[in-house]
Ligand binder design. Structure first.
Ligand code: ADP
Ligand code: MG
Length: 730
């Protein structure tokens, strides 16, 4: 029987260019057409209902029952006009993907007559049977219910799956006893905490600021490969990455893929998912090839943080679905292929005031620059003081392959600010005495606007090896994994920023109380902060070994693996921090720690099983078949009287193959034993560490022999599509 590998290769030519993609004349014609935007709301809601919705979005005010009923009716009218029959509360449980449970508008009344209904209760709250979502031990088994609650700050949208249209209401997901079970609820709280702390600091500079919103523009990297080939790789299907595969003769060394022409089949897929995204209001802007073969990136225009997170989650879903239409598979895993770059998500983050100021953009005058400097230095201080939490924020089994593998930022958290701002900070730090007025030397140095060319230079020539880089008007958190839910890491970033800003406020106020002029007080505290957090600034090559040594000298944490990196979630410091800013309670934080550990364990466990299965069912049988061919050949040659010298080559290959077969078999058994030992441990933390340190090392050892066998065994016997096929055939 022909193996799936060869069938897939045969099919490749026939699937090319099969899907036709519609092309609307203008993106603006379709943008947001499947979103219940405020503009749509204006059309479908009464004045009162509309006002209530707007004020809830702006101020977080609760929507009362009767308004909720009216809003629900308006949303249903709009949705039904578009052919929608079902609705769902759309939420982001801690599994990392989005979740939905569809209900139809259709219902029966007491007298048996059928009606279509979507009332205020259905809009604002649902009780999904949530017992199979991760809760980290929060939800007792006797109380398996959780509920989802409407988040009016993210508009409802219509999801188009196949021919079906579903109204999706973005919601938070909490346990029956009120603890958060998702990414969104703590995110909203952290946005709130940051808003409060940032507005307070803004008031030193501008009393008119009423609200500060965090902003996010993510860049999403991903791989695209042929679906038929992917289906012939059980490891890709089960774990999202290839556990075996010898490097192809050509990898990324020619550097011919980055920014190259997008292959036609992928281009059709991109256009298709972009159109679908536009309809959903996702403002995609950029698309290009990435460094590795078959790797690509897309990025939207930045948005308010909560919406940007929803849009990223939604996009990952849309991409995955649309790819199917094109018989392609999107790989969002951080490291689908060994030997070439993995994928990340660059989170460009900043804060904006309701007066229209980007708080991380240098201003035009020394005075506005002082505000910029305050937020800039506070960000650096936050990163310095809570580097351990930022590290935990990006920890996952997938991202462990990437961080520190000389292709992505190291596991050491540092910040890059560029040469020019380094000079500015040094000038502030080295300033002596507390004389301070707008004409003094340091203040003039702050006239950053005059030096925009220097700033631009830093920005264009910026350091791609830094996990947290300032890029002119925002910080780019570059260490986030490609499959991560942005909500999680952004919650942590917002919270540490809220904490730093609120301490800053207290310290500045104390100096003002003592009689210092406001500007002097601010400069003084900034100066202290620069001194205190200097160690986290690094402008050099983050991939280099020297940085590992230098970082150790500076005392910066360098936690290379997830189980250990996660410890910082449950330190007293972290518990105090998240509790103080009302983002996560102790119980919720403990639960999250537990969930992340469990995720890690399960993931590595599944990988281990897949490696064992593939070795046993695919690799060894194929290798043994070829071993027999060689054996027969040698026997035959011997029989007809060929001297040993005449079949030396065959003998050598036979010996090598036999050697690797033995190794794979023995190592796979040892790995199974190591898994059993890990499973027997008492706590999740112990298990995770054992999986990391005792089980995972076998993966590379087994892979080494399997990849050697791939080179030795007759190509026609090899059942798993090879890297050259996965990466270059489409
Ligand atoms: P690149 O990093 O590839 O050079 P850009 O710097 O232009 O690309 O933008 C990367 C992302 O940063 C985009 O999504 C962009 O909208 C976003 N971005 C720009 N300004 C801000 C901001 N003030 N806050 C958050 N994101 C921003
Ligand atoms: Mg960028």
């Amino acid at each position: 029987m022909q193996s799936l590998r060869f069938k897939a290769i045969d099919n490749l030519t026939s699937v090319n260019g099969e899907v036709s993609v519609e092309s609307p004349a203008k993106i603006t014609d379709i943008f947001g057409e499947n979103v219940f935007t405020l503009k749509t709301a204006r059309e479908f809601l009464s004045d009162d209902a509309y006002k209530s919705l707007v004020s809830s979005i702006k101020t977080g005010q609760k929507i009362d029952r009767s308004a909720a009923g009216q809003i629900a009716a308006g949303i249903r009218q709009w949705a039904q006009g578009k052919g929608v029959t079902h609705y769902t509360h759309w939420f982001q449980p801690l599994t990392g993907t989005s979740a939905e449970k569809h209900d139809s508008f259709f219902t029966l009344k007491g007298d048996g007559s059928a009606i279509e209904e979507f009332d205020g209760n259905a809009l604002t709250q649902q009780e999904p049977d949530a017992s199979s979502f991760p809760s980290g031990g929060i939800r007792a088994t006797f109380e398996a219910r959780g509920y989802t609650a409407w988040d009016p700050t993210s508009p409802a949208f219509i999801m188009n799956i196949g021919q079906g249209l579903t109204l999706c209401v973005p919601t938070i997901f909490v346990s029956y006893t009120g603890e958060c079970l998702d990414y969104k609820a703590p995110l909203l709280k952290s946005i709130d905490a940051l808003n409060k702390a940032a507005v307070d600091v803004c008031h030193y500079f501008d009393k008119n600021v009423g609200k500060v919103t965090a902003t996010l523009g993510w860049e999403q990297e991903y791989f695209v490969i042929d679906e038929g080939l992917a289906n012939a790789r059980p490891d890709l299907i089960m774990t999202g990455r290839t556990v075996f595969g010898h490097s192809p003769a050509k990898g990324q060394q020619l550097e011919d893929h980055y920014f190259g022409a997008i292959p036609e089949r992928v281009y059709a897929f991109m256009r298709d998912f972009e159109y679908e995204s536009y309809r959903l209001g996702i403002p995609l802007r950029t698309r290009h090839n990435e460094v590795a073969p078959a790797q690509f990136e897309c990025a939207p225009i930045f948005e308010e943080l909560n919406l940007a997170v929803d849009h990223n989650t939604l996009l990952m879903d849309v991409m995955t679905r649309v790819a199917k239409r094109h018989k392609l598979r999107v790989l969002l895993h951080e490291k689908p292929f060994a030997g070439i770059n993995g994928s990340g998500k660059h989170n460009n983050w900043s804060m904006a005031t309701d007066t229209g100021v980007n708080l991380l953009a240098p201003g035009k005058t020394p005075k506005t620059n002082l505000m910029f400097l305050a937020f800039f230095v506070n960000t650096i201080k936050a990163v310095h003081d809570h580097a351990d939490l930022l590290r935990a924020a990006i920890a996952s089994a997938g991202n462990d392959h990437r961080l520190g593998a000389n292709e992505a930022p190291p596991a050491i958290i540092s910040a890059y600010i560029g040469g020019y701002l380094t000079k500015v900070l040094t000038a502030v730090e080295e300033r002596v005495g507390d004389k301070f007025d707008e004409q003094d030397e340091v203040m003039l140095k702050l006239d950053i606007h005059k030096n925009i060319p220097e700033l631009l230079l830093d920005n264009t020539d910026r350091n791609r090896t830094s996990p947290f880089a300032f890029t002119g008007n925002k910080f780019e958190f570059r260490a986030v994994g490609s499959s991560a839910n942005c909500g999680y890491n952004m919650t942590i970033l917002n919270t540490i920023m809220a904490e730093t800003l609120s301490s800053f406020k207290i310290e500045v106020d104390a100096l003002i109380e003592k009689g210092d002029k406001k500007e002097v007080a601010i400069m003084q505290i900034l100066k202290n902060y620069i001194k205190a957090s200097k160690a986290v600034l690094f402008e050099g090559d983050g991939y280099s070994d020297e940085w590992q040594e230098e970082a150790a000298r500076r005392g910066l944490p360098n936690l290379k693996t997830t189980p250990l990196a996660l410890d910082s979630l449950v330190t007293d410091k972290a518990k105090h921090l998240f509790h103080k800013h009302k983002v996560l309670s102790h119980v919720e934080l403990e639960a999250r720690h537990e969930i992340e550990l469990e995720k890690y364990i399960k993931y590595v466990q599944i990988e281990g099983r897949v490696i064992g299965d593939l070795a046993g069912n695919h690799i060894l049988p194929a290798s043994i078949r070829y071993q027999n061919v060689l054996l027969e050949n040698i026997k035959g040659l011997k029989e007809v009287g060929i001297p040993a010298d005449g079949y030396k080559a065959q003998m050598n290959v036979l010996v090598e193959i036999s050697d690797h077969i033995n190794k794979v078999q023995v190592l796979a058994e040892e790995m199974t034993e190591a898994r059993k030992a890990a499973n027997a441990l008492a706590t999740s933390r112990e298990k995770a560490i054992a999986y990391c340190e005792k089980v995972k090392p076998y993966f590379d050892e087994i892979r080494y022999s399997v990849d050697k066998l791939e080179l030795l065994v007759d190509d026609s016997e090899w059942e798993l599509p090879k890297y050259r096929e996965l990466l270059f055939l489409r």
